[in-house]
Each structure stands twice: as structure tokens, then as C-alpha cells.
Design a protein around this ligand. Structure first.
Ligand code: ADP
Ligand code: GLC
Length: 475
């Protein structure tokens, strides 16, 4: 049995902005089911503080800040969560990265540097918990300083750093480094320095004993300039320590047969019941109720990564076709406005919901026929897996985890196909994929066969949690 400290800036259902929370909320539970002693550690944000009962464990003084450590349990699991409670940094509305108006927290470097110091103290068993992990598993830049700080310790636990997204690196100026009062011996080009700036993510990439990312394809992609965002050299230098392990999904939360958010549950053997979800979604989104019209959906952060610009470029042509489109998301204001512009111009075809809504996300996965995910890059992606499990066929671009989880429908793949895959990140390639999906949708026998292929795929954590365990055991 391994003792694992799992550090993350977000964990579903305590707080979530994206897929990292889904992973942090389900991988530890899967490892716990495999008999491992795993504890999650994360900041005690206001949204958690005022909802989740917790008990006080102790207090720690780091860098002149007195921080409390609280304990709670991850809802619906037996996984312990340690909450780093420091109100001057975390007791605010908004999410872990931006305030209620969507502006990045100006002191975000201070916040996550403090978090990393606390994770380090806990990892070194210096908080009177009488528990020292064998492995500290860090996730994304917000935890990047942990492997760096631990590298200065003797008798330290092993470190694993998982990259969920290379586009976010936590880069700040040199003055921030000085003001954070970080050890001078970490400031060098092989350390936290990055072209004269400080980089949180480099702490993970340069110092962790093992690096993982969330799909095998993305593990290769990030070693190239297109996806490595300047750190491709370091990643290929460390390639013998770098592996790709595909994410699993929480098959209890994302299960069309039991999903409490759905007007009508269904399964592969009762596929006809999926239809009621489509009708209810059309009603909810004020679109004409039409059983036969193909309904497309998209859920996600409205940022360049997700290929929203490609969708926008296709919409003018899509509204001329026999289809409807619903979108749930928030992000770049320019995208939000352009999407809303289309919706007000074509209210019978396009419905846009700007915001964050967990139950609507479930209803869209169940109610639409086709899910659009034309990402420019996608480390893993979860929605394409949720879609397949809900018998909703994804259209994805062949990149990262999308390439690893969707099998393209071609004449010779009828027995294995689960969606539609296209190559190039341009509007005409996406448009061609949309047209392919319309042709396929008209062939009900083939469509149902592919739906069933998709629903039969095993996206549970079982396999991937075992791969993480094997990695911890190698250390
Ligand atoms: P990323 O982490 O890059 O945002 P993923 O596909 O890995 O992408 O995960 C996104 C997660 O966030 C999914 O669970 C998705 O359903 C959820 N999500 C994204 N935007 C919204 C939204 N506006 N409302 C509800 N859920 C959302
Ligand atoms: C990131 C990636 C996404 C991945 C998620 C969880 O946010 O953008 O592709 O699924 O992390 O690993």
C-alpha cells in the first residue's frame, strides 16, 4: 500500500472550473478503491468553507503566514481532503483563478506559492499529522513549486507531476520571485527561471521524479514546439521520465441509466428513451421541438484551445442546414458576444447559454445527437468520453486525448467506430465533418450501431488508476 498526497487547485464536487476538478475528484477515489492510502490537499476557498463541514487539524507558520489545516471528506467517497485555510488568500467569492468579474487574481502567485509551501510541509510530516506520504502527486502549475521545494529536502517523498495543460504555466516576473521569498538556489535556467521570468510549471517539469500527462498522444505532442509552449526542449530532455496516462471518467456521476439530472434515464438497451431528453432540451432551450432534426451540442470553456473560432466560422453555413445547435459555456467575452449574436439572429436554430451549469451539462450530453469538440489542442478532454457514454456521437479533431478516445466512422470501421474524427484545424475541415455526421445520422441502422459501440466503451478509471499505481510502485 502506498501513501499518496494528491495536490490539486480544484476538486469536484467541492469546486470546479474544468476537467482538472473531475480528475482530482475521481482518480483519488479509484486509487483508494485499489487499497491505497490517498489524501487530497487543496486550498479552502470560500465556496468550500461555507458549505463543507470540516474539523481543525493544526496550524503551520510558513513565510510569516499562519495557516490552518482543516480536514473533511470528499463527498460520496471515503477519501480524506485536507484544506489549506488562509482567509486573506482564499476566502473570496469567484473561482480559484479569477474574481467574480472574471479578472485574474492579482496575487495569484502569492496564493499558490503559499499553497505549495504548505503541501511541502505536509509532505515532510512537519504538521503533527503523524503521516508522511511515499509519493506526492502534483497537478498543473499551481502545484509546480512542490517538487522544486522538496528537491531541497533530504528524506523526502518521491514526486509525480501531472500536466493537464501546457498552455497554463504560471509565469511571473523576477520581482515576484524575490517578493515570494523563494530559495535563491532554485533560481537558475535548469530550475525555476525561464528566460528571466519565474515559471511555476518548470518546478514540476524540472524537479519531479516522474512527469505524466493525460493522454499518450499529448505526451508526444508537448515535445514539439507547436504544443510545448517553449518547454518542449525540457520535456524531450526528460522524455524517459514522461508518460501519458489517459484520464478515466466517474462512471457513477456520468451514467445515463441513473443520472438524476435527466428528465428520462436510458441505456444502450433502451436507447429510444434518449429521445425524451432531446425533446426536453429543445423545450428548455426554446428551440422548436423536432424529433427528426439533428441536434448538435457543445459544452466548455470558450477559449481558443476549444476551437470556438472554428465553430463560429461554420455557424453561418450551419444555419442554412437542417440542424439545431445548443451551447453551454463561458470564457472570452468576444466569443460570448458573437455566439449570442447568432442565437438572436437565428432563434429557431441556435441556443446559447452563457454560464456554468452542472445539471444542464448532463442534460445536453443526453439530449443532443452530436457533440462538437473541434479543439486546437486537447490534453485529454472529458466531454467526448461523457458523450460516448451517453450515446451522443462526438465530432473531434485528431489531437491529444481526442485522438486517443474516439474511433472515426469510416466504411470499414462500422464495428468499432464511436464518432467522427477530422484532421486540420480549419473551418472547412470541421464543416466537412459536420456534413459527414448529417449523412450518417440519416442512416439509422449505422447511427444506432455506432451509438451502441460508443456506449459499450469502458472509460472507467480502473485501467488508468492501475497505471498510476504501477508508476508509484516503480519510484
Ligand atoms: P477542460 O478541463 O480543458 O476545460 P475537459 O473536457 O477536460 O476540458 O473538462 C471540462 C469539464 O468541465 C467537463 O466536466 C465539462 O462538462 C465541464 N464544463 C465546462 N464548461 C462547463 C459549463 N459551462 N457548465 C457546466 N460544465 C462545464
Ligand atoms: C485540462 C485539459 C483537458 C483535460 C483536463 C483534465 O484542463 O484542457 O483536456 O481533460 O485538464 O486532465
Amino acid at each position: 500500500m502506498k501513501k499518496i498526497l494528491f495536490a490539486s487547485s480544484e476538486t469536484h464536487p467541492l469546486i470546479k472550473t474544468g476537467g482538472l476538478a473531475d480528475v482530482a475528484g475521481s482518480l483519488p477515489a479509484a486509487l483508494s478503491e485499489l487499497g491505497q492510502d490517498i489524501r487530497i490537499i487543496m486550498p479552502n476557498y470560500q465556496a468550500i468553507k461555507h458549505q463543507q463541514p470540516s474539523r481543525q487539524l493544526g496550524s503551520i507558520m510558513v513565510n510569516n503566514c499562519e495557516v490552518q489545516l482543516l480536514e473533511t471528506v470528499l463527498p460520496d467517497t471515503n477519501v480524506t481532503v485536507w484544506l489549506v485555510d488562509y482567509p486573506p488568500f482564499f476566502d473570496f467569492p469567484g473561482n480559484p483563478y479569477v474574481d467574480a468579474n472574471g479578472e485574474a487574481w492579482p496575487d495569484i502567485a502569492d496564493r499558490f506559492a503559499l499553497f505549495c509551501r504548505i503541501v511541502t510541509e505536509v509532505a515532510m510530516n512537519r504538521v503533527d499529522l503523524d503521516w508522511q506520504p511515499d509519493v506526492v502527486h502534483c497537478n498543473d502549475w499551481q502545484t509546480g513549486l512542490v517538487p522544486a521545494l522538496l528537491s531541497l529536502e533530504t528524506q523526502r517523498p518521491e514526486t509525480v507531476f501531472t500536466i493537464h495543460n501546457m498552455a497554463y504555466q504560471g509565469t511571473f516576473d523576477r520581482d515576484t520571485y524575490v517578493q515570494l521569498n523563494l530559495p535563491g538556489q532554485l533560481w537558475h535556467p535548469e530550475g525555476l527561471e525561464y528566460h528571466g521570468m519565474m515559471s511555476f510549471i518548470k518546478g514540476g517539469l524540472a524537479f519531479a521524479d516522474r512527469i505524466t500527462t493525460v493522454s499518450p498522444t499529448y505526451a508526444l505532442e508537448i515535445q514539439t514546439a507547436e504544443f510545448g509552449y517553449g518547454l518542449e526542449g525540457l520535456l524531450s530532455y526528460r522524455q524517459d521520465k514522461l508518460t501519458g496516462i489517459i484520464n478515466g471518467i466517474d462512471t457513477a456521476i456520468w451514467n445515463p441509466a441513473t443520472d438524476a439530472s435527466l428528465p428520462q434515464t436510458y441505456s444502450a438497451s433502451k436507447l429510444a428513451d434518449k429521445q425524451s431528453n432531446k425533446t426536453a432540451l429543445q423545450q428548455r432551450m426554446s428551440l422548436p421541438v423536432d424529433e427528426k432534426i439533428p441536434l448538435f451540442g457543445l459544452i466548455g470553456r470558450l477559449v481558443e484551445q476549444k476551437g470556438i473560432d472554428l465553430v463560429l466560422s461554420c455557424l453561418a453555413e450551419m444555419v442554412e442546414m437542417p440542424l439545431q445547435f445548443v451551447l453551454l459555456g463561458s470564457g472570452d467575452k468576444a466569443y460570448e458576444q458573437q455566439l449570442q449574436g447568432f442565437a438572436s439572429q437565428y432563434p429557431d436554430k441556435i441556443a446559447i447559454n452563457i454560464g456554468y451549469n452542472e445539471s444542464l451539462a448532463h442534460q445536453i450530453e443526453a439530449g443532443v445527437d452530436v457533440f462538437l469538440m473541434p479543439s486546437r489542442f486537447e490534453p485529454c478532454g472529458l466531454n467526448q468520453m461523457y458523450s460516448q457514454r451517453y450515446g451522443t456521437l462526438p465530432i473531434v479533431r485528431k489531437t491529444g486525448g481526442l485522438a486517443d478516445t474516439v474511433i472515426d466512422a469510416l466504411p470499414h470501421t462500422l464495428n468499432t467506430a464511436t464518432g467522427i474524427v477530422f484532421n486540420d484545424a480549419n473551418p472547412s475541415a470541421l464543416m466537412e465533418a459536420i456534413k459527414r455526421s448529417l449523412v450518417l445520422f440519416d442512416n439509422k441502422t449505422h447511427w444506432k450501431k455506432i451509438q451502441r459501440n460508443a456506449m459499450a466503451k469502458d472509460f472507467s478509471w480502473q485501467n488508468s488508476a492501475n497505471q498510476y499505481l504501477a508508476l508509484y510502485q516503480q519510484l
